[in-house]
Design a protein around this ligand. Structure first.
Ligand SMILES: Cc1cc2nc3c(=O)[nH]c(=O)nc-3n(C[C@H](O)[C@H](O)[C@H](O)COP(=O)(O)OP(=O)(O)OC[C@H]3O[C@@H](n4cnc5c(N)ncnc54)[C@H](O)[C@@H]3O)c2cc1C
Length: 444
């Protein structure tokens, strides 16, 4: 794999951000247009953005029809590159409390309609029997439905980035690291961005793709786009709404042999996501931790060195202008999981499966978790601004959305897809918002 230290003077396509979306767009553009020059610019090295700290879960389970179709397309792309991207197609399970029953039933119906294979179990007894058939220590309380997606799974985050970067550079894409973008210069004759300024000099471009993950606000400002936008609500009125919101993602690892979590017949299990409304008590002290609904996800993951997963995220309450995205991820001093997370996640694991009881002391106490940047409705925006700047703002849904880069590349080559249309920016002013589910997660 080649990474350039110097910045070329110009390129047909300049892509900002070497995360999942920048790399995927570059690879697919290079496949479609082998004679065009494609340069990716990143301010850090590979594996310093959100993609490299993601849990790596790939699933279809979405209440919003447009998201579900997009994820089905992305799962196809994961399956095409299983080996290079260290993808484990073990499946995914949404195991839910009664308040989510109807929503998940509708997800199942719509998965059937688009030919995405899944099994749906309803009722407390049948759900428990189904889970006990997989794990003989299953004990999660207040579960009344199970959606078992036969496709999806997870992939090892940093290995997937390296694999995708190799796929792109093998096709001739140039990646320039340590080249922070400082300014986007407009052409003299139009509104288009003609030059990208970086700390390593400037590069001229025909077409710009901006895939900056949680740093999207920086580029929104560079494109002279507003902090507050008009959103047409269900009440028929326009609401002046903040465009970007930060959420803290809480994830961690139980440092045990990953093979302690296999199914009754010794296989690697699907990724498990459990949402329950039973009171959650501390597995260490018995103290009541939560009375409101809670949700966790987990999987055995050798790359993380144990059982890896997370708890529901929470929105940041401080003034957004005080949120500093840098230093990002595990280098952050501020946006990391706390002791409270450790207790709730480990206790929730123990509430789901007996094998996790008493294991809180095995929690791997290293920096973990990180920020995600969400839109007003918490769903992605894929759209063109300033004539030639294609912004991929995935609202933190994005590791699994490998296929978005393929769709954007096709869109840029004149073959636009209906899958992208529900994610255009104009949906806010037009009130064409995605429906919301009863999940405790903002992206289900
Ligand atoms: C803790 C956590 C767990 C997650 N788990 C999952 C999961 O299991 N499944 C899932 O689907 N999603 C998950 N996500 C969301 C997912 O990680 C992101 O949505 C996705 O990785 C974003 O990809 P990206 O390419 O847009 O951004 P990134 O991977 O963040 O890449 C953006 C790049 O832009 C670069 N950049 C920023 N500013 C500049 C600049 N000025 N100049 C040059 N370069 C710049 C950055 O250095 C970075 O490398 C998780 C997120 C977090 C935080």
């Amino acid at each position: 794999m080649t990474q350039n230290s110097s910045l070329p003077k110009s390129a047909d396509y300049v892509i900002i951000g070497a995360g999942m979306h920048g790399l995927s767009t570059a690879y697919h553009l290079a496949c479609l247009q082998p004679n065009k020059s494609i340069v990716i610019i990143d301010k850090g090295e590979l594996n310093e953005g959100a993609t490299s700290i993601a849990c790596g879960v790939v699933r279809n389970n979405y209440y919003q029809p447009a998201m579900r179709k997009l994820m089905a397309h992305s799962v196809d792309v994961w399956e095409q590159h299983q080996k290079e991207l260290h993808y484990h197609p073990v499946g995914y399970m949404q195991i839910s409390m009664e308040a989510m029953h109807e929503d998940v039933a509708s997800i199942y119906e719509q998965q059937k309609a688009i030919g995405y294979e899944s099994v749906f179990i309803e009722g407390e007894k049948d759900s428990r029997d189904y889970m006990l058939n997989l794990f003989d220590d299953w004990q999660a309380p207040n579960i009344t439905s199970v959606l078992h997606e036969k496709r999806g799974g997870f992939s090892h985050n940093t290995l997937a980035v390296t694999g995708l970067a190799k796929m792109a550079t093998d096709k001739g894409v140039i990646i320039v690291t340590q080249a922070e973008v400082t300014e986007l210069e407009k052409s003299n004759t139009s509104n288009a961005i003609s030059k990208v300024h970086t700390v390593k000099g400037a590069i001229e471009c025909e077409q710009l793709i901006i895939a900056p993950g949680p740093w999207v606000r920086t580029f929104w400002k560079m494109l002279d786009l507003p902090d507050y936008i008009d959103l047409l609500g269900a009440d028929g009125k326009l609401h002046n709404t903040r465009m970007w919101h930060y959420w803290m993602l809480q994830e961690g690892v139980l440092e045990v042999d990953p093979s302690m979590l296999v199914t009754n017949d010794g296989k690697v299990p699907p990724v498990l996501h459990v949402d329950s409304d039973a009171p959650l008590h501390s597995d260490s002290t018995g103290k009541l931790l939560m009375e409101e609904p809670w949700g966790i996800y987990y999987k055995p993951d050798a790359h993380f060195g144990g059982i890896q997963g997370g708890f529901a995220p929470y929105p940041l309450t401080e003034d957004l202008d005080d949120v500093s995205v840098d230093p990002y991820g595990h280098k952050s001093k501020k946006y990391l999981v706390t002791r409270e997370f450790i207790d709730v996640w480990c206790s929730a694991l123990a509430a789901c499966q007996k094998r996790f009881e008493g294991l809180t002391p095995k929690y791997k106490d290293v920096p973990s978790g990180g920020l995600g940047c969400l839109t007003p409705d918490s769903f992605p925006v894929f759209d063109v601004f300033s004539e030639n700047a294609y912004v991929i703002a995935d609202a933190n849904h994005g590791y699994k959305m490998l296929g978005v880069g393929k769709l954007v590349a096709e869109d840029l080559c004149g073959k636009s897809s209906d899958l992208l249309e529900p994610f255009r920016f104009s949906r806010y002013a037009e009130g064409k918002l995605h429906p919301l589910s009863n999940s405790p997660f903002p992206w289900s």
